[in-house]
Design a protein around this ligand. Structure first.
Ligand SMILES: [Zn+2]
Length: 512
């Protein structure tokens, strides 16, 4: 659960700030006799946008309004003050509801009030559109508006309405100037690499590295980049290990992704989604690692063959020589001797069912080739040193993958309403589908290339690659093979029994 919502925390707190005398005044005004005091006043207040002044600010507004009502000979307070805990006038969600404001306006519509006492016009109406429509309601019901920190308005007169309009314009101007000022301040802080404020996993207050959380981040980064873990696997792992997240009770994949792709943990300062430069705080992971994590985790879902759930060396990695689909592990053959095989999936799973090959010799051939390649002097350096992508490139790939996925989802929704008999629409949709598919495939290839270079880390100083290979986990071996070579299983003639190495095409991938 999220921490206590601001509403619950602040609700009613302005009342606690009133002193005894002020509380007595509130009670007196509410209990005034209607025959002696026929004019009904209501108070409207809204918390200020300055978080330090919320309750105090509202209490001050209420007291000012009470004092004003007290000075009038015929006024009484008709209802308890209407106070909304809305955060800011112009920020936040558009059209955010203000329950107390609405209750007050229903009182106005029932002609049960004569005067609204508020602090400033911008407490009442948050923007020009709202002001225009609501002022009309007040005019229709001949409401007087008293701004304790401004001018009184009599909306039954046209001069009063003109002034109301002008005051409102000035209020809006002031709000805009204020937000410009805080925007400038934020930009200035960003330029200096200073913290934008707020808690960031991996760091304590003031962006001091939190050693325990930093260790979790490093551990996860390694597992994602070297063992193909996805965010789901990470979240499950953290929950079973009993590691606690910073805010929620449990880890969710979304939070894991957010933390691992956060530029702040690489000591990079962003402002308005733009990289400003090095931050003033200590990085937990290197910029390279950050870039690879973004490349690896962008888009929802992993590219095919990246799941750590694969239990066989080449499933999802090797492709069918007939149709290009990634092969899957098939059932063991009828004779125990042959064991499991790699198979092109059925047409319903995107394959052609055209090739099938017993696993064991294919695995051995590919692993031998990989070890030989890795033992070639200089080759690992080539892969590692192959020019590292710059952050902007990776981020743009990440954004484009997400955009393409969003377009695919939108297309799917639109197609649900299509007329199945309309040929033109069918052709058009197919073209749209193909375009997205092609773009996603290109982006995924780029993503893979960007993320691949990491898998060779740690192999550089190994003397005996062949012996070291045997110690690597299946997922690590899969990741290295995928980065190093492409494997295609070619069809063979009917009735062949013996394994034909020539029918397995292994090609070295180009270093980036
Ligand atoms: Zn196939």
């Amino acid at each position: 659960m999220a921490p206590t919502a601001p509403d619950a925390r602040k609700s009613g707190s302005w009342e606690d700030i009133l002193d005894d005398e002020e509380r007595a005044l509130l009670a007196e005004l509410l209990n005034r006799d209607p025959t002696t005091y026929p004019t009904v006043a209501v108070i409207y207040g809204r918390i200020s946008s300055d978080p330090d002044q919320d309750a105090k600010g509202v209490a001050r507004q209420v007291v000012k309004a009470l004092l004003r009502i007290q000075t009038e000979r015929t006024w009484r307070l008709g209802f308890a003050p209407f106070i909304d805990n809305d955060i800011s006038a112009t920020k936040g969600k558009q059209g955010k509801r203000r329950p107390h404001y609405e209750r007050m306006m229903s009182v106005v519509r029932e002609d049960a009030a004569d005067v609204i006492v508020t602090y400033m016009m911008n407490r009442l109406w948050r923007n020009r559109i709202e002001r225009a429509s609501e002022m009309q309601v007040c005019t229709d019901h001949r409401i007087r508006i008293i701004a304790t920190n401004g001018q009184d308005l009599d909306l039954s007169s046209s001069s009063g309405r003109v002034v109301a309009g002008l005051l409102g314009e000035l209020d809006t101007y002031e709000v805009e100037v204020n937000s410009e000022r805080s925007r400038d301040e934020a930009a200035q802080r960003a330029k200096l690499g200073l913290s934008p404020g707020g808690r960031c996993y991996g760091y304590d207050k003031g962006r001091k590295v939190n050693p325990a959380e930093a260790a979790v981040i490093k551990d996860l980064a390694d597992k994602v980049l070297k063992e193909d873990w996805g965010i789901r696997t990470c979240a499950r792992y953290l929950n079973t290990e009993g590691i606690k997240p910073a805010f929620a009770a449990k880890w969710s994949p979304g939070v894991v992704r957010q933390i691992l792709t956060n530029a702040a943990i690489a000591g990079l300062r962003y402002h308005n989604e733009e990289l400003i430069g090095k931050a003033a705080w200590e990085p937990i992971i290197s910029t390279d690692t950050h870039v690879r994590l973004v490349a690896r985790l962008c888009g929802n879902g992993q590219p095919p063959g990246w799941s750590p759930h694969h239990r066989y060396l080449l499933s999802g990695i090797a492709t069918c020589g007939k149709c290009g689909a990634a092969v899957q592990a098939g059932r063991p053959g009828k004779t125990a001797r042959s064991g499991r095989s790699y198979q092109c999936p059925t047409p319903s799973d995107g394959g052609c069912r055209g090739v099938s090959r017993v696993m064991v010799p294919v695995d051995a051939l590919v692993e031998n080739t990989a070890v030989t390649l890795l033992s070639t002097p200089g080759i690992i350096e080539q892969f590692i040193e192959a020019d590292l992508p710059d952050a902007a490139d990776v981020l743009s790939v990440a954004q484009r993958i997400e955009a393409a996925q969003a377009r695919a989802a939108a297309l799917g929704r639109a197609m649900a309403h299509d007329d199945p008999d309309n040929e033109v629409i069918r052709i058009m949709r197919r073209a749209q589908q193909e375009e997205i598919t092609t773009e996603l495939a290109t982006l995924r290839r780029r993503q893979a290339a960007l993320a691949h270079s990491t898998v060779f880390d740690g192999l550089l100083d190994v003397e005996d690659i062949a012996a070291h290979w045997q110690t690597l986990s299946l997922q690590r071996r899969r990741a290295i093979i995928r980065a190093l070579v492409s494997v295609t299983i070619m069809p063979t003639g009917p009735g062949r029994r013996r394994f034909e190495p020539d029918a397995i095409v292994i090609k070295r991938r180009e270093a980036l």
